[in-house]
Design a protein around this ligand. Structure first.
Ligand code: SR1
Ligand code: MG
Length: 409
């Protein structure tokens, strides 16, 4: 065991330390509990421990922030991200109850959070790779996004309270990761990029040599840094969603800060597209494929359209700000979120294909030919989303571009 003093000095815990930790620092388990612990994290940054009582079946998650990222020790990260994550989960639970795990305890010395075990759910990216469908997802995620994004913004919140939240969730180190990995590095031949051999020529011609595209990514990057519109999740991909057919839980909001609302919506769309492209290129023709691909087409369409509709309803219900109620302002505000959504979906599609942090939906494709096709589609769709973002207002608009690139490439 590394240490048993959890009250004075931070250290990164091993499984046996975590058992000791829950026994001494939490009153979650029963006296006669027989605890076992396993590190189950597969994300890029943190350590996630599942602690189970073999006697009574109770279980809990302990998530600890380490001093460097798991994906690469080039990223030295403030463990304050664990405070941000635990506080955001509580805020999300107030704004969108039922869509996040319950937080039981936050420890600012050990930089860890104790939270609800969601082992009866599956990480959505894994479930999608397994070709499972979730017809309720679009409804769930759009409720989550409309509630968390609109209700945390200036058009609903008292402005001084909103500014206090902006201060509390300034998240410079994790924002810097996104500024670099999402908006900067994928758009030039950066040494940290990881480009699949079959895709390289396409990337050089279609992405790195396109000055008009690069200009648009600069606009999106500076908007990301300067537009403190909503308290965004900041990393809302399908690996940040736990799912089962009747339940959707959004986890891992450590990248949260006040940024453009469209960042979250765009990330959801892009990651559904990765699953869609994977399904199209890897599945054999037949009913299983058409059902699964059909589910994803409908979900991509519905996420945009339901977000639009629910946003308008929530606006009428919650917005009290005098000037925000001027006729025409809601349309102007929502149009700018939708424009950001398309631009961010485009950046996410490109950065997960050529940048440092990839997605299994693409890297798991065994055939080099199929993977190359999938990657080129993602790049071409991403580029079109960025360049044409002014014109992407409906789910149908998104599917038109996706179908067009899928047919062309
Ligand atoms: C160094 S972290 C790499 C990526 O993992 C996280 O999930 C974020 O998406 C980040 O960009
Ligand atoms: Mg994460």
């Amino acid at each position: 065991m590394s240490n048993t003093d959890f009250k004075t000095e931070y250290f990164t815990m091993k499984e046996e330390d975590v058992i000791q930790y829950v026994k001494t620092e939490l009153s979650f388990f029963k006296e006669d509990a027989k605890l076992e612990c396993k590190e189950i994290g597969d994300g890029n940054l943190n350590y996630v421990f599942l602690v189970k009582d073999e006697v009574h079946g109770d279980s809990i998650i302990i998530k600890q922030a380490g001093p460097v990222a798991r994906i690469s020790d080039e990223f030295k990260l403030s463990p304050d991200r664990n405070r941000i994550e635990s506080e955001i989960l509580k805020i999300h639970d107030e704004l969108a109850e039922g869509f996040v795990p319950k937080v039981y305890h936050y420890d600012p010395i050990m930089n860890c959070t104790a939270m609800e075990d969601l082992s009866d759910h599956t990480i959505m990216r894994d479930a999608l790779m397994n070709k499972e469908s979730f017809p309720l997802f679009a409804d769930h995620i759009t409720t989550f996004m409309v509630n968390t994004l609109l209700l945390s913004s200036d058009v609903v919140m008292e402005h001084k309270k909103k500014k206090d939240l902006v201060k509390s969730f300034v998240n410079p180190e994790l924002c810097e990761i996104s500024e670099d990995l999402v908006f900067t590095e994928p758009f030039f031949d950066c040494v940290r990029n990881d480009v699949f051999a079959g895709t390289r020529d396409f990337v050089e011609k279609e992405i790195w040599s396109d000055d008009a595209l690069k200009l648009e990514t600069a606009k999106l990057k500076f908007d990301f840094m300067a537009n403190a519109q909503s308290l965004i999740h900041g990393d809302l991909h399908t690996g940040s969603v736990f799912i089962k057919p009747d339940s959707t839980k959004v986890i891992d909001p450590e990248f949260a800060f006040y940024g453009p609302a469209g960042y979250d919506v765009g990330n959801v769309i892009a990651n559904l597209i990765f699953a869609y492209v994977n399904g199209v290129v890897t599945m054999d023709e037949g009913s299983e494929k058409s059902e699964y691909v059909g589910f994803l087409e409908k979900t991509i369409t519905d996420v945009i359209d339901l977000f639009n509709n629910k946003f308008k309803v929530a606006w009428d219900t919650y917005v009290t700000e005098q000037t925000a109620k001027y006729p025409g302002f809601m349309d102007h505000y929502l149009a700018s979120i939708l424009k950001d959504t398309a631009g961010i979906a485009g950046c996410e599609l490109i950065r997960r294909t050529v940048g440092l942090a990839h997605v299994k939906d693409l890297t798991s494709i065994e055939s080099a030919e199929k993977r190359t096709r999938a990657e080129k589609v993602c790049l071409a769709v991403g580029k079109a989303f960025i360049l044409e973002r002014e014109n992407l207002h409906s789910g149908e608009n998104y599917m038109e571009i996706l179908n067009q690139k899928m047919n062309e490439i």
